[in-house]
Design a protein. Structure first.
Lengths: 446, 475, 124
């Protein structure tokens, strides 16, 4: 297959207007012969039918559509038909970045609505159009905090998702930025305010805390934020947007920057490859934020319209002094998030959070009753993810579950030897009572 | 008509969330509980479908119009690739699934890597970077790590003045200082100018080939030799790879590291701003510095490996990269095959030259009368009184075309950068040429029409100054 | 183009007005015209020290950003904060209401290195 709508006759006419005999001649006018490549050693092109067959073959090698009790950053939530229908519309998906505002009002208004809903969710004043994912949005938040505070020492909770932490370390390694990690309490899995207090000093630019943290534990954000503010540090929160249907908002505990992974809002899991990072800030930081921002304005006739704005922060104008190098972001995935939020509405977003927490608690209580399973943090408050220690053989458990098409909990020992024999479960609204009961049953028999 | 979502009154949206079939258990200590409710209306599916469908009609897109946006390679996005990307066998995969349950997914990535290696001549690829700029950043971190490992302190990067803004921005983010290199009168790099600014501080030079004027760097071998003799590396910005698939391999002509924009050259849709993917390829001597994890093939099994972690730059993004984008690009390579990819580039070059030839008498072409897959024209001195390139761009919207890239590269005054791509028919190009010629004439007879354009779009020209002075960023 | 006689001018289009040992600093009418509609400005903090020709502020239009250089060496003693919320003042009144900040000069001799109105006019 190829997608070239030019036939031989057209080609002849085109070449003749240019004044050359062949495309080869056109190329040889510009590229010295010794630089030319040999024939590409790739297989022959396929017809549409053959292509579908080939990718069906690849697809068949996956064990897919598993009943998923695994999270750790990517979660199995239900995606409404409306999201797929709208996001699949080629008027949205095949447009470029909305540089020509008058011809891009669809995308621009959608981004404006997305920004507005992120502001509603977090309570903050300004959201950008998206970052690549949760991990890079944390990294950009750290850079933003350094830029704003003009201090290069940042405290980060060690209960930040390890993938995120790794990305932050990559992003900061060649810049003059010092990352100070603080450990969570062994018993509660949460940060201790006093530990943070002991690390605070005037040279700290920001404190970065994830809640619910990597272990699923909800942090006492109010206390941590207050502690950070005693030394005038910025408070940066990494939040799961699903949890914001019920948990305190970043604004309510006085956060300056809120970031997180938006996959949970309307995007399928795709190996963790259909993501968007959201990033929201207080008004005072709006001119410092990275990435694109859409603003409302009026046209010549006074009609409301939307444009990319605050552009002098960005790489295409500021070059090496830009607030970030980001250009292409995750627009369409964020748009899925936009349609998803509008689809649920305020009451749906709340209900989503409540259903997640209810189902997670049901599963937690059921597993707690089993022999050989102990909660790792018994009294901590969790949202939709929790950890059990088990004396049983973890490999055997995973095998037994997979046999029943269940993707069981994550073996935390693979991340950190300290958490050997610990299993992390995620339970979203998508899991049914029947599925949870089956999981419990298999765990019991394993 | 022009309602924002929050201006639509809540109606009904029951049963949006699955019925909770376990006891409702939502008691929460007040200190954790959200106090203020959000203000997002509760709307029926039918209401929302109409709202968003109407929004879609206010977009120009590839599926509705010619999109000659220079440097962006807005080529046709094949439907079959979208269909493949929807397979549940791919969409339902969790990133922490055991290797033996994701062999198909890993094979697709492996196959894509092999394909990209063949097209570019590079030895290894990482698929993790999420976009072109992210790829640049990855490539530069690899270069930084390479020199750190050699215990060489090289803190500078050379970037030509014609480069994309992301080049200097990525270099700064990677901790480098930027030296700007002035292009010569033909818009290409002059080896003499390069020698003048080169010293032992220089880690690498970033180069777009063909460059942003659509000109192939003929002296690339000389440039490469000068840099490598100095111990510096050469970085290929792959934004313009669509000009040279099967024609020139970046690795063969001296480049050590490169990124590829899959959302440009490999036909994955741009999504109104993303997601894209910016895989980074390196020559073998840089392999150990690639981000982790990497995918390897052992005894016909695909494995995810974080081995060799010590030298790696680490992680650029959580997990593996933008998988659906990778999947579509892999399907594209398989459907075109080796000969098809070459033909795509050849046709892209032909289309660009055809448009150039047809317009060259009506505007200035600062870089000469032949180009690769795109060209830059200057409208300076060719338009009516007080009319700017911006006005021409806006007038093109009235005729139903998306506008070319304007005011870039910065080294050309009143620039307009046109990239037709290979997936446009001669008729489309002819009509575009006619319209653009007509607009240039119109600017002389009736400049007001251009200055007032567009008039046929959903909104007329928007006040960007007020938008920035008094930012209103949410409802 | 308005180029008041009593001011000193830098090559980079800043002006300086001497009042005792202090100087008011802003950008010229020519500069504001070239930049077009100014939408945002970054100003230095009070108390910050700058040496002559050091970048100390940023002026931004919709599609561009320019560094502003300190015309003399000195310490910032006053900042025109009104510009932060209403940057259009710079376009409307570049020499009066649109001043950026006030410096306490280290050395009055610095002024001698700047251009007079006559010289600046010629340089345009």
């Amino acid at each position: 297959m190829n997608y070239i709508p030019v036939n031989e006759q057209d080609r002849k006419e085109m070449l003749s207007r240019i004044g050359v005999n062949s495309i080869e001649e056109l190329l040889s006018l510009q590229i010295p012969e010794y630089l030319r490549a040999k024939k590409l050693n790739l297989s022959e092109g396929l017809s549409e039918q053959d292509l579908l067959a080939l990718f069906k073959k690849y697809a068949g090698k996956n064990k897919s559509n598993l009943v998923c009790f695994r999270g750790a950053g990517v979660y199995d939530h239900f995606v409404p038909s409306l999201v797929e229908e709208i996001v699949g519309r080629s008027e949205f998906s095949t447009a470029y970045t909305p540089y020509q505002a008058e011809a891009s009002q669809g995308t621009l208004q959608a981004v404006f609505e997305y920004q507005s809903m992120i502001c509603e969710l977090t309570g903050l004043d300004c959201a950008n159009a998206s970052m690549y994912d949760g991990a890079t949005s944390v990294a950009e938040a750290v850079l933003l905090a350094v830029r704003t505070s003009r201090k290069n020492k940042i405290i980060i909770s060690s209960a930040l998702n390890p993938e995120y932490l790794a990305v932050v370390e990559t992003y900061t390694k060649n810049l003059d930025i010092e990352i100070v990690k603080i450990e969570t309490d062994e018993k509660t899995g949460a940060l201790n305010k006093n530990v943070l207090e002991s690390k605070m000093s005037d040279d700290i630019g920001a404190v970065v805390v994830q809640s619910p943290n990597f272990f699923g534990v909800v942090e006492d954000m109010q206390a941590l934020s207050e502690t950070a503010k005693t030394k005038a540090a910025l408070f940066v929160t990494v939040v799961n947007p699903v949890s914001l249907g019920i948990l305190k908002t970043p604004c309510e505990y006085n956060a300056d920057i809120a970031v997180g992974e938006g996959q949970v809002f309307g995007n399928q899991m795709y190996l963790g490859g259909l993501t968007f990072g959201f990033l929201a800030v207080k008004k005072a930081l709006e001119w410092k934020i990275p990435g694109r921002v859409v603003g409302q304005t009026v046209d010549k006739n006074g009609k409301r319209g939307f444009v990319l704005t605050l552009q002098s922060r960005e790489q295409h104008i500021r070059r090496e002094k830009a607030t970030s190098n980001i250009c292409t972001n995750s627009a369409l995935n964020a748009f899925a998030g936009c349609v998803y939020m509008s689809c649920l509405g305020s009451s749906g977003i709340k209900e989503l959070a409540e259903t997640n927490i209810s189902k997670a608690r049901y599963a937690f209580n059921a597993i707690k009753k089993l022999d050989g399973f102990e909660p790792l943090f018994s009294d901590s408050f969790f949202f939709n993810e929790f950890i059990f220690k088990t004396a049983k053989n973890i490999k055997k458990i995973e095998k037994a579950l997979l046999k029943e098409n269940i993707l069981g909990p994550l073996n935390l020992g693979a991340f950190n030897k300290k958490y050997k024999n610990s299993l992390m479960f995620a339970v979203t609204e998508k899991r049914t009572k029947q599925e949870i009961d089956k999981l419990t049953d298999i765990l019991n028999r394993a | 008509m022009n309602k924002l979502l929050n201006e639509i009154k809540s109606n009904r949206n029951e049963n949006r969330i699955v019925k909770c079939d376990v006891p409702y258990d939502i008691s929460i200590d007040d200190k954790y509980k959200r106090q203020k409710n959000h203000n997002i209306p509760n709307l029926s599916e039918s209401t929302l479908l109409r709202h968003f469908t109407n929004l879609s009609r206010r977009n120009y897109s590839l599926s509705t119009t010619f999109y000659p946006l220079g440097s962006c390679t807005m080529k046709y996005n094949p439907l079959v690739n979208e269909k493949i990307a929807k397979f549940e066998e791919f969409s339902s995969i969790h990133p922490y699934q055991p290797e033996d349950t994701i062999q198909g997914t890993l094979e697709v990535m492996y196959e894509l890597e092999r394909g990209l290696c063949e097209v570019s001549g590079m030895d290894y690829f990482t698929l993790q970077p999420a976009a072109g700029a992210h790829g640049e950043y990855t490539g530069l971190l690899i270069i930084a790590e390479y020199f750190k490992n050699k215990k060489e302190k090289r803190k500078k990067i050379i970037v030509p003045d014609s480069a994309h803004g992301t080049n200097p921005a990525s270099a700064a983010l990677a901790g480098f200082e930027i030296i700007s290199l002035k292009s010569d009168e033909n818009g290409i790099v002059s080896p003499e100018n390069l020698k003048e600014i080169l010293n032992k501080d220089v880690a690498c030079m970033m180069l777009t080939v063909p460059n942003t004027l659509g000109v192939f760097e003929k002296k690339i071998s000389e440039i490469s030799e000068i840099l490598h003799k100095n111990g510096s590396l050469l970085y290929y910005d792959g934004a313009n790879l669509n000009a040279v698939m099967g024609i020139v391999k970046p690795a063969d002509i001296g480049f050590d590291v490169m990124h590829i924009n899959l959302h440009k050259t490999f036909s994955t849709p741009h999504g109104g701003g993303g997601p894209g993917a910016g895989p980074v390829g390196v020559k073998a001597f840089l392999k150990d510095f690639l981000p982790i994890p990497v995918i390897i093939k052992e005894n016909d099994k695909f494995k995810v490996s974080s081995g060799g972690k010590k030298k790696s730059i680490g992680k650029m993004k959580a997990f593996f990269g933008n998988f659906p984008v990778l999947l579509k690009a892999c399907a594209y390579i398989k459907s075109l095959g080796g000969a098809g990819l070459k033909e795509a580039s050849e046709q892209a070059v032909l289309n660009a030259n055809y448009v150039l030839s047809s317009l060259k008498d009506k505007v200035s072409i600062p870089a000469g009368n032949v180009c690769m897959h795109e060209f830059v024209l200057s409208s300076k001195g060719h338009l009516g009184e007080g009319v700017k390139t911006l006005d021409v761009a806006k007038r093109l919207l009235d005729y139903g075309y998306y506008a070319p890239t304007i005011y870039f590269p910065l080294i050309v005054e009143e620039a307009m950068m046109i990239e037709p791509t290979e997936t446009e028919s001669k008729q489309v190009l002819d009509e575009f040429i006619d319209v653009l010629s007509k607009i240039i004439e119109e600017s002389k007879i009736n400049p007001e029409v251009l200055r007032n354009a567009p008039v046929n779009t959903y909104v007329s020209r928007l006040n960007e100054v007020e938008a920035a002075r008094k930012p209103k960023l949410h409802w | 183009m308005n180029v008041p006689n009593e001011l000193f001018y830098a090559k980079t289009h800043e002006w300086a007005r001497k009042e005792g040992n202090k100087v008011y600093v802003g950008i010229t009418d020519h500069a504001q015209h070239e930049i077009t509609d100014i939408v945002h400005i970054e100003l230095p903090e009070k108390g910050k020290k700058f040496t002559k020709a050091q970048p100390c502020a940023v002026v931004e239009s919709v599609k561009s950003a320019f560094d502003i250089y300190s015309p003399v060496s000195g310490t910032v003693v006053e900042v025109n904060e009104e510009l932060l919320s209403s940057p259009e003042i710079i376009n409307q009144s570049p020499y009066e209401k649109g001043f950026f900040f006030v410096l306490e000069m280290e050395d009055e001799k610095d002024l001698k290195d700047l251009m007079t109105a006559e010289q600046y006019k010629k340089s345009l």
